[in-house]
Design a protein around this ligand. Structure first.
Ligand code: F0G
Length: 488
């Protein structure tokens, strides 16, 4: 009997429901403030959802990073943590878990995903090897590579950029594009080739095992270092299990070990993989290990803690093992699907097929009248907060860096990501968010653009401050109050 039967049930009424395979034993109070108050908050925080205080947010759908609900076994493991600068038992336990999980020999601890990227970029990107090839870039990955004078080249098929699609593995390499890039750049100029699981910026879209095998074979033949970003492996694993024929009957552990064997270096954000807060780099390649090892004490901390709290390391060790539980890894994708179907039924354009991480609303189709230079994804993010107290994340032009000449680098996609961290939200909260976004869609003509008030030079989406072009936010709130007089 397939495990899926337990996680997605059909009610007698015919409704399909992502059934929670856990119960809540500790909860956090959340606040729902009125639309008028939300307008004040948004104005005060520069229309940047990163700057909103939690107390003024109803549903925090900014990210799944570091905010997945942990299991009772993770909390229990935290009590066993062995605090010491060097030689901590906790480190050896975590190292052993990772060796078994990926089948790799060495583990270099680092405090989060971007710390691994810093180490990788320091070790591999140079004037002689400035090029990195990847299925699709991630913001922090690209920033670390660019900081060292490198350039990122992308290889997903053009069809992966269509927001409405039925391609099951949009994160796959287009081998024709890849081969042409390697020939054009010259293999000797390539720092490393990267595969990102659960390709974040195109909507949490998975990579197939078949594609990973092809890329690996190509890299081995051409002597290229293959790096795997496993931060979003949990979601990707669920899609392998449910979308890729040969994985349907394979156990999760053997799939992960095969992926580990295809790669030269694996790194991950433990804020995502393992549902705690940490990270690290795994490899069986001694030369790669030596190349990066000395950078850990320099940037992170000694080799047996890498800048992490030992309590988080214990929680991560348990969380990583729990990635092999289908009920754990199905939770986000099934909730994303339920969210997406609800939004679609209200006419809201969303990225399909539904991916992992969160539900991705397509701002270019939602508010086509807002030009990319006025950051439609950020504007829609603000509007969603105004009408529902829901904190989403801009994933469009604002998340890009400007071109070296100062002009805007227009994003391939204009998305608002509404993250669905594991086991955090209830089905009725998801329905609430969909309902308010449905209302907004009916009033989409009222939504306008944004412009910068204060623009940081790097990763501007984190701390930048913006303001609306015109007074559309006031008018949007007035329209909302007419239909929802309580303002909630
Ligand atoms: N790689 C991927 C694919 C990620 O999604 C992230 C983080 C990182 C690397 C960096 O990891 O945050 O631990 O330093 N993604 C978060 C997000 C920020 O919200 O999508 P980190």
């Amino acid at each position: 009997m397939s495990d899926n039967i337990y996680t997605r049930v059909t009610f007698f009424s015919g409704e399909n429901v992502p059934l929670e395979m856990h119960k809540a034993r500790m909860v956090q109070r959340v606040n729902l403030i009125s639309a008028t108050e939300r307008l004040d908050v948004l104005t005060r925080t520069g229309n940047n959802t990163f700057l909103l205080p939690n107390r003024e947010v109803f549903l925090d759908m900014l990210t799944d990073s570091g905010v997945n609900a942990m299991s009772e076994n993770q909390y229990a493991a935290m009590l066993l943590a062995d605090d010491s600068y060097a030689g901590s038992e906790t480190f050896y336990r975590l190292e052993k878990v990772l060796q078994g999980f990926f089948g790799t020999k060495y583990y270099l601890p680092a405090h989060q995903g971007r710390a691994c990227e810093n180490i990788l970029a320091s070790a591999y990107v140079s004037a002689k090897t400035p090029n990195v090839i990847t299925n699709y870039h991630f913001t922090t990955t690209k920033a670390h590579i660019m900081l060292r004078g490198g350039t990122v080249h992308e290889t997903v098929a053009d069809s992966a950029l269509a927001t409405e699609s039925d391609v099951p593995f949009k994160g796959d390499y287009d081998m024709g594009k890849f081969d042409a890039l390697v020939k054009k750049l010259g293999a000797g100029s390539i720092a490393f080739v990267r595969v990102e699981a659960g390709t974040n910026l195109i909507g949490g879209q998975p990579v197939s095992l078949a594609s990973m095998r092809e890329v690996s074979a190509y890299c081995r033949k051409n002597n290229l270092t293959l790096v795997f970003d496993a931060s979003l492996l949990a979601d990707n694993l669920f899609f392998l299990k449910t979308r890729e024929r040969e994985c349907l009957d394979r156990d999760l552990a053997s799939i992960v070990r095969e992926i580990g064997s295809l790669m030269d270096v694996v790194y991950f954000s433990g804020r995502k993989l393992g549902c705690a807060r940490g990270g690290g780099i795994c490899t069986s390649n001694e030369a790669a290990y030596r190349k990066m090892r000395d950078l850990v004490p320099l940037y992170e901390g000694f080799l047996t803690y890498g800048g992490m709290s030992v309590r988080e390391m214990e929680a991560m060790a348990v969380g990583i093992q729990e990635t092999l539980d289908i009920h754990n890894i199905s939770q986000t994708p099934l909730f994303v699907e339920a969210f997406g179907l609800e939004l679609q039924s209200l006419g809201v354009p969303v990225v399909t097929p539904f991916g992992g991480l969160g539900c991705h609303v397509d701002a270019s189709r939602f508010i086509p009248h807002v030009p990319q230079e006025q950051y439609p994804s950020a504007a829609l993010c603000s509007a969603i907060y105004l009408v529902g107290g829901v904190r989403g994340m801009e994933r469009g032009t604002l998340s890009e860096s400007r071109n070296p000449d100062g002009s805007e680098h227009l994003s391939n996609m204009e998305l608002v990501r509404l993250a669905v961290p594991k086991r955090v939200f209830t089905h009725s909260q998801i329905k609430f968010a969909a309902d308010r976004i449905g209302w907004l869609h009916k009033h989409r003509d009222l939504v306008g653009g944004l412009e910068f008030e204060e623009e940081p030079a790097t990763l501007r989406f984190f701390l930048g401050r913006l303001k609306p072009v015109g007074d559309w936010q006031r008018r949007l709130v007035d329209a909302f109050l007419k239909d929802m007089p309580s303002g909630l």
